[in-house]
Design a protein around this ligand. Structure first.
Ligand SMILES: [Zn+2]
Length: 246
């Protein structure tokens, strides 16, 4: 599993992005020609290639700042496939480009990083802590106990609302609403349809690699405000992206 944390979900220049044609093809293949958020199929030539860290001067400052804070490797390549993900026009221009939403590592990961930083005598940077988590995910059995519970969350992201006042009554529609999953023995497994949504570890994982052409339509929506949510926060923001920090 490739594991990954964006320090921000940067915007891009749409069709004029800095990704080469080869890289664009790699990104599309990685996400199976689907929007990374709503999972809609993107026809050939359709959709946008968003940068997790922007390709502009703003992105350069992000990398420099991230390196200073120990969040990201200074040699991070913003034109590589690992810095890109496909979005449909609605998700990109409607929400990511105007910086109304962004992606963040899920809360259990953020909490672990915070606690690790505050451990007495800690000298590791955030980047090094993340790298050790990735290493642990490759060897589940020997992972420390406090890390085993985090492994299912690696590669997942929460959709964070940056400007709630701007997205009142907004929802992102999807034709492929994923079924519910639940944590069981350190992995996500299918949940019963009537699972109690207040149980910790219940998630609806939006994963392009789980979509097949024979999967039937399943209409649904991703609510962007609490007032429209009919399921708990944990069951919303689990988007599987494939970002590598270096
Ligand atoms: Zn979309």
């Amino acid at each position: 599993m490739s594991s990954q944390w964006p320090s921000e979900s940067g915007s891009d220049e749409g069709y004029g992005s800095t990704f080469s044609e080869t890289t664009k093809q790699q990104i599309r293949a990685l996400y199976r020609d689907r929007c990374a958020i709503c999972l809609d199929h993107l026809p050939p030539g359709g959709g946008h290639f968003a940068h997790l860290i922007a390709s502009s001067e703003e992105g350069e400052k992000t990398v420099q700042g991230g390196d200073f804070l120990g969040i990201i490797h200074p040699d991070y390549d913003r034109s590589s496939k690992d810095n890109g993900y496909p979005l449909c026009t609605n998700c990109h221009l409607g929400y990511f480009k105007p910086k109304l939403v962004t992606l963040s590592p899920p809360w259990p990961i953020l909490k672990y990083i915070l606690e690790s930083l505050h451990q007495p005598g800690n000298s590791r940077s955030i980047y090094q802590i993340c790298q050790s988590l990735i290493q642990s995910s490759r060897d589940h059995l020997s992972a420390p106990e406090d890390v085993k519970g985090l492994i299912p969350y690696l590669g997942l992201y929460s959709l964070v609302i940056l400007r709630p006042e701007k997205v009142q009554e907004c929802v992102i529609m999807t034709c492929k609403l994923p079924p519910l999953s639940i944590l069981n023995n350190h992995q996500f497994v299918p949940a019963l349809s009537d699972v109690d949504l207040s149980i910790p570890g219940v998630a609806r994982i939006f994963d392009t690699s789980a979509i097949t052409s024979t999967l039937p339509l399943s209409l649904g929506y991703i609510p962007l405000t609490d007032s429209l949510r009919n399921f708990v926060r944990d069951a919303i923001g689990a988007f599987r992206c494939r970002w590598k920090p270096c």
